[in-house]
Design a protein around this ligand. Sequence first.
Ligand SMILES: NC(=O)c1ccc[n+]([C@@H]2O[C@H](COP(=O)([O-])OP(=O)(O)OC[C@H]3O[C@@H](n4cnc5c(N)ncnc54)[C@H](O)[C@@H]3O)[C@@H](O)[C@H]2O)c1
Length: 323
Amino acid sequence: MTDNRALVTGGAGFIGSNVVRKLIERGWNVRIFDDLSTGYRENLESLAADRIELTVGDIRDGRLVHALAEGCAAVYHLAGSVGNIKSIERPQLDAEINVIGTLSVLEAVRAHRTPKLVFSSSSAIFGEVQYLPIDEAHPAEPDSPYGVTKLAGEKHCLAYAKLFDLDIVCLRYFNVYGVNQRYDAYGNVIPIWTRRLLDKEPLLIYGDGEQTRDFINVDDVAEANVRAGETPGLRGPFNIGTGTTFTINRLAEAFRAVAGPNLVFEHRPPRKGEVLHSQAKVDHAAKAFGFRPAIAIERGLVDYVAWIREGMPSRMPAARSAS
Ligand SMILES: NC(=O)c1ccc[n+]([C@@H]2O[C@H](COP(=O)([O-])OP(=O)(O)OC[C@H]3O[C@@H](n4cnc5c(N)ncnc54)[C@H](O)[C@@H]3O)[C@@H](O)[C@H]2O)c1
């Protein structure tokens, strides 16, 4: 048993690579397991090569996951098929990767009696917002196959925790943005606007721009993972956001501050089915493991745009469709 070895599934991805970085900063040696379907070796380039070990493979391969989890004091499970639209297009694949994949990890943790598993869940489990801010007890009625698979992942985690007396934590992230996040036509407004900014295209605002989001920087999400992983006896689900909200109009102002006053915005009619408001209640994570989001969006945005500008063009695939 190696006390300072952790396994991070999906560790070459956007959030996973930030978790790996944070673990290394805290003195951990990290095994990374990723099929590189949406992850990039490039995300790991700046990390200490002697502290990481990348294995390329599929999370559904239970034998491989079992071998990699051996000797690890903690497992961070982030590998997954991500996004509502993708899951509507390919629900079976989404379920195989997110449900069967999570069971591979749970079986490995059960067999090795790994001291801690931190599972990446999502605010997509909640579905239609019934009240704000969203606490852990908010009804979970996901309205996409992705949300269903994340909820199934949580339920499996909680059942394993009870059945086999394991410390398993589920972190439900809200709108995550930041370094190592690529453009996705259906993804977060921040990478979409950044892409359009660099392409000198107008940034699109749907409706009156008074929609609210709880944007959390990936560094804060990585911090939440490591803190949850390092807190003994911690179990159950926790909402991970900033606990505050930002309107799309305020986000536009923040972009102006980064890109200059000549930035052009274009207004479009409201999008059908768009969630109008979202905000996490994060007191539970604050009390249980001292989670305190530290990065204001204005600062996070400066870092993100700088990272994109440095890394062009390989870090930002060309915009596919108007968003
Ligand atoms: N980005 C967000 O705003 C957000 C919000 C809520 C929850 N999450 C969750 O956080 C986790 C990380 O998401 P992300 O935003 O970093 O996305 P990402 O696509 O960058 O990361 C997912 C990683 O998993 C890997 N992967 C995918 N399928 C795999 C498979 N079959 N076997 C092995 N590896 C596989 C990918 O290559 C990638 O590196 C996911 O579980 C996601 O559901 C993300």
